[in-house]
Ligand binder design. Structure first.
Ligand SMILES: NC(=O)c1ccc[n+]([C@@H]2O[C@H](COP(=O)([O-])OP(=O)(O)OC[C@H]3O[C@@H](n4cnc5c(N)ncnc54)[C@H](O)[C@@H]3O)[C@@H](O)[C@H]2O)c1
Length: 428
């Protein structure tokens, strides 16, 4: 089977590789020529995706990347994995989906299946995407071509999270569309979960991400409350998670990061307004989670103050720029928010991240582009007035950190089990 995967990012690339491994011939389409060139040379630009695996599939002839969207005419199925960010007013920006639909439409053939995977609000597939596809192709969804939605469930950096074995939810525009989509994914994915419509599939993904956002907000709030009571929230969570039923551990942090959890719930909030409904849980969780960097700044201020220092004029090192451990993904990372806040207060800010040697240009924080990670040695680390652990990468030697830094602010409980001196570590 010939398929095209549009958007060769964190979601589209592993999916393409999985289909190629399963015997499909996969055309990876993207508008970024650097990515396309790298992939065709068998290179991976995502740390947790093994270059050898990409190279193997390129060599086998089952995977190639391209910027030529006319080749959509050659494939039986098109899977769309493009970004779905929020705009400046924190409203859904589905322009990537709409533009992709406009690009696909003129090349769409009768009988082709189009599946959207990007996280979005219910109605995107059967309203917004359908409209541009039908208008640009002159074909009718459900009659001339097939349309479906199937959300991605990627967990970057988790070695046991493998595309082939994560159950996949699939919803079709018509029963026949669902059947075609099930046939497609059945080639490459072990367990499929059919649902009655594209909207149910879209809503399922939003439930999953909202669930995480709300539960993280709960433990973030408890972190602040318990800290005031002199109780360590991490110890509490570790004790609570021994309950064999009815409890699932979530962990506090310096704020939400990544492409999904800080963004996706607000897709639902926006759509709910169209129906005159409010999403109070989502708003409250967002409020608590976005207040976390301020709490961490407050704790850092206390820690410095304890050593008779002020934030203004201090040298502060942010440890971990990626939004979660063991990945190189810095999108929406709270580390940037923390860096901004310390800079605004007159601190000299630097960062260390073994996976992000240099800061690339980001949409939200362009002023940090080009900054390089400091080197990891006693002299450098010792030169900072405070080190703030924002991400707990396993590759960092926390015992060395304890030996080299007098003031550590730990927002991830990374120093648990490390030999430290009294008053050296401030949980935040
Ligand atoms: N990263 C994750 O862990 C994750 C998990 C689940 C769901 N998702 C969702 O999957 C979608 C994609 O996320 P991602 O992390 O892969 O994003 P990404 O930024 O890593 O990749 C998107 C790719 O699409 C390309 N692109 C943008 N516009 C395009 C266009 N018009 N035509 C062709 N290519 C285009 C970009 O160059 C990029 O390579 C989003 O909706 C996201 O919410 C992401």
């Amino acid at each position: 089977m010939n398929i095209a995967v549009i958007g060769q990012g964190y979601v589209g690339l592993p999916l393409s590789i999985q289909f190629a491994r399963s015997g499909a011939t996969v055309l990876g389409l993207d508008i970024d020529n650097h990515k396309v060139d790298a992939l065709n040379q068998g290179k991976s630009y995502i740390r947790h995706i093994d270059a050898a695996t990409v190279a193997e599939q390129v060599k086998s002839g089952r995977f190639s990347a391209s910027m030529d969207f006319r080749r959509i005419a050659e494939v039986a199925a098109v899977i769309i994995c493009v970004p779905t960010p929020l705009n400046k007013n924190r409203e859904p920006d589905i322009s990537y989906i709409v533009n992709t639909g406009k690009t696909v439409a003129p090349h769409l053939q009768k009988g082709t299946l189009v599946v959207l995977e990007s996280t979005t609000y219910p109605g995107t597939t059967d309203e917004d995407l359908r409209e541009v596809l039908e208008k640009g192709s002159g074909l009718k969804a459900g009659t001339d071509f097939h349309l479906a939605f199937s959300p991605e469930r990627e967990d970057p950096g988790n070695p046991s999270s493998v595309v082939a074995t994560i159950p996949k939810v699939v919803g079709g525009f018509t029963p026949e569309c669902l059947k075609r989509a099930m046939q497609l994914y059945g080639m490459a994915i072990k367990t499929l979960v059919p649902v009655s419509s594209c909207r149910v599939a879209e809503a399922t993904k939003l439930l999953e991400n909202t669930f995480r956002s709300v539960n993280i907000a709960l433990v973030n709030e408890l972190k602040v409350v318990y800290s005031a009571m002199g109780i360590d929230v991490w110890e509490v969570i570790n004790a609570a998670k021994t309950k064999p039923f009815g409890f699932m551990p979530f962990y506090p942090g310096p704020g939400l990061g990544g492409h999904c959890i800080p963004i996706d719930p607000f897709y639902l909030t926006w759509k709910a307004r169209e129906y005159g409904e409010n999403t109070r849980f989502i708003e409250l969780a967002g409020e608590i989670n976005t207040a976390m960097p301020d709490y961490v700044v407050h704790r850092t201020t206390d820690a410095l103050n304890d050593g008779k220092k002020s934030v203004n004029g201090s040298r502060i090192l942010i440890l971990g720029l990626a939004y979660k451990p063991d990945v190189d993904d810095d999108r929406e990372s709270p580390s940037y928010v923390l860096m901004n806040k310390f800079k605004e207060r007159g601190a000299e800010v630097a960062y260390y991240d073994p996976f992000v040697p240099i800061i690339r240009l980001t949409r939200e924080h362009p002023h940090w582009a080009g900054m390089r990670s400091v080197v990891w040695n006693r002299e450098t680390i010792n030169g900072f007035d405070a080190v703030l652990i924002a991400t707990n990468h396993k590759a960092v030697n926390y015992q060395e950190l304890a030996d080299w830094s007098a003031c550590i602010i730990d927002s991830r409980n990374a120093m648990a089990g490390i030999k430290t001196k009294a008053g050296q570590v401030w949980k935040a």
